[in-house]
Design a protein around this ligand. Structure first.
Ligand code: ATP
Length: 126
């Protein structure tokens, strides 16, 4: 389909490939499924405690950052597995750093979510 992609429908095909990547990531990656479940729980809790518009915007950015980072981590892992299937310390370090980036983003998102829930539960005039 390379010729189609290079043709006038480039934008359409680019979007289709991106959606297909998202679908593969959700279906095949356990961690991404966990992130989506966590996102659903956080959103339900957000509705329950009544987050403000600004809090929702910040939370959406944090959730988007975690899921995007996990997808980039998956892409890197797959590319490295293809390029270097054998055990190679440099590959291990690259994968660990990439996984560390996901962890940092996920911790920050969790802190933001906990802070908003705390502020809305204990410091709100009901
Ligand atoms: N080719 C390799 N050479 C050296 N170490 C590797 C290699 N592949 C994986 N590792 C080590 O094993 C760890 C797990 O790698 P793997 O590719 O299995 O990721 P994963 O467990 O599927 O990660 P995730 O849970 O994020 O999908 C890496 O973080 C790295 O430390």
């Amino acid at each position: 389909m390379a010729s189609d992609y290079r043709g006038k429908n480039k934008l359409h095909f680019g979007f289709r490939y991106a959606l297909s990547g998202l679908k593969v990531a959700i279906l095949t990656e356990r961690n991404i499924k966990i992130h989506f479940i966590a996102m659903t729980i956080v959103c339900i809790m957000g509705f329950i405690v009544g987050l403000t518009n600004l809090e929702w915007a910040i939370l959406c950015l944090a959730i988007g950052a975690v899921i995007s980072m996990e997808m980039m981590n998956t892409a890197l892992e797959r590319a490295l597995d293809y390029v270097e299937p054998k055990h190679q310390p440099a590959v291990g370090i690259a994968k660990d750093i990439s996984a560390g980036a996901v962890l940092v983003t996920a911790i920050i998102a969790m802190v933001i979510a906990c802070l908003f829930f705390y502020l809305n539960c204990w410091h709100k005039e009901w």
